[in-house]
Design a protein around this ligand. Structure first.
Ligand code: SF4
Length: 399
């Protein structure tokens, strides 16, 4: 069937009369008067003998807020239609729970599996803020469903970049996590219009060092292919495909690491070729991620006793905030106030082992009855009401 004959025109669901109703719901579900008050008062808040220092920038970014607005609006515009969502709308369990409560059914995002067979042309499918691979968009358009796309504009800027690389025959080196929704969507765009583009996903500086070694003729092809299994385009040939490379990154990576990685690969190319003609780079870390990281560095200049970072455990930008903070001060990565079990124990996420562990709150216990300086920040997908609940929980336990 001709895809153009089945493709439905996109509908603007963010109409003024719809958004008026959506705004009320969003306020109810996620807003916090206390957090607005703290922001207005310079991000410092005293409650008893506990002093809270909040980062200058934290919580919902514009891309997340827009995605939630669109999903809520879609429910209002299509009240009687079955609505599906591919994966999570954003990486926060509370927001995803609210959407499920609206009858929006979740579909798997890793593969187009048999659960997609149930979707019919009358259904509505929401694309999350991270975007989805091109194969998903093609399949949905072929079915003729109503697509409601919440992909963030900053993610689309990365796609534009890697598509350009593909059209110029340049291999995209994507600094990101191959199993992250956004990077998976970006990698599919790096294949280009004709599907012949090349990409390699590099997660960290160790991966980057392996790429540099290969560029410089060190390291075996077999070891290289094993290391990057599942992280490169089909038929990737490191002898051919590392000749001319362009860097892009998942929007939520650690800025300093991305800069180091870019320099490492550029230096390797220069060492190999004598110049950087075969090296291209565009920093695609989004402004919101960078602002939250910069604000955290500023917050850490305060003499904090302890730090709490609130957000979804699968949130990339939140994980990086935790990694920054814990180098400076004891830090607990929690999903919500319920993670704080008592004055002594927190069920916090360990970003190295990637599991929730019961941890003792040494700095809090040591300062019982004395003043305590608590730093607070939250990822770009964390609602303000969860941050408020965290502050009140800590203050309550320290009464
Ligand atoms: S963190 Fe950045 S890329 Fe992700 S939704 Fe927010 S603005 Fe968009």
């Amino acid at each position: 069937m001709n895809q153009d004959s089945t493709r439905k025109a996109r509908v603007n669901v963010r109409r003024a009369e719809v958004m008026e109703l959506v705004e009320k719901e969003i306020q109810q579900h996620y807003q916090s008067e206390l957090i607005s008050h703290i922001r207005a008062a310079g991000n410092v808040y005293n409650l008893g003998h506990t002093e809270f220092f909040l980062a200058r920038e934290f919580g919902f970014c514009n891309g997340v807020r827009r995605a939630i607005d669109i999903a809520y609006a879609a429910r209002k515009v299509f009240p009687d239609r079955q609505i599906y969502l591919i994966g999570d709308i954003i990486h926060n369990p509370e927001v995803n729970r609210q959407l499920e409560g609206k009858g929006i059914k979740k579909l798997p995002w890793k593969h187009l599996d048999a659960s997609y067979d149930q979707i019919v042309a009358d259904d509505v499918v929401i694309v999350p803020a991270f975007g989805v691979p091109t194969s998903f968009m093609d399949a949905l358009e072929e079915k003729g469903v109503q697509i409601v796309d919440t992909t963030c504009g900053d993610v689309m800027k990365v796609w534009k970049r890697v598509k350009n690389y593909a059209s110029m025959g340049i291999t995209s080196i994507i600094h990101g996590k191959a199993t992250h929704e956004e990077t998976s969507a970006t990698a599919s765009r790096a294949l280009g219009e004709k599907g012949r583009g090349k990409y390699l996903v590099v997660y960290d500086l160790e991966d980057a060092a392996a790429v540099c070694d290969y560029i410089l003729g060190k390291g075996s092809r077999e070891a290289f292919m094993k290391r990057f299994e599942g992280c490169c385009s089909p038929g990737f040939d490191p002898d051919r495909d590392l000749e001319e490379v362009g860097i892009a990154n998942q929007t939520t990576m650690l800025k300093t690491e991305t800069q180091t990685l870019q320099k490492m690969i550029r230096d390797a190319i220069v060492q190999r070729d004598g110049d950087d003609d075969n090296f291209y780079v565009f920093d695609t870390i989004c402004g919101a991620t960078q602002d939250r990281q910069d604000a955290l560095y500023d917050l850490l200049k305060n003499p904090l006793d302890v730090m709490f970072v609130v957000g979804g455990y699968n949130s990339s930008n939140t994980t990086h905030l935790v990694d920054i903070a814990r180098k400076h001060v004891p830090t607990y990565f929690i999903e919500s106030a319920e993670s704080i079990k008592s004055i002594q124990y927190v069920d916090a996420f360990d970003t190295e082992t990637r599991e929730v562990r019961r941890m003792t709150t040494e700095p809090v216990v040591q300062n019982l009855g004395k003043s305590l300086k608590v730093g607070i920040t939250a990822g770009a997908s964390c609602p303000a009401n969860l941050i408020e609940a965290t502050i009140l929980r800590i203050a309550d336990l320290r009464k």
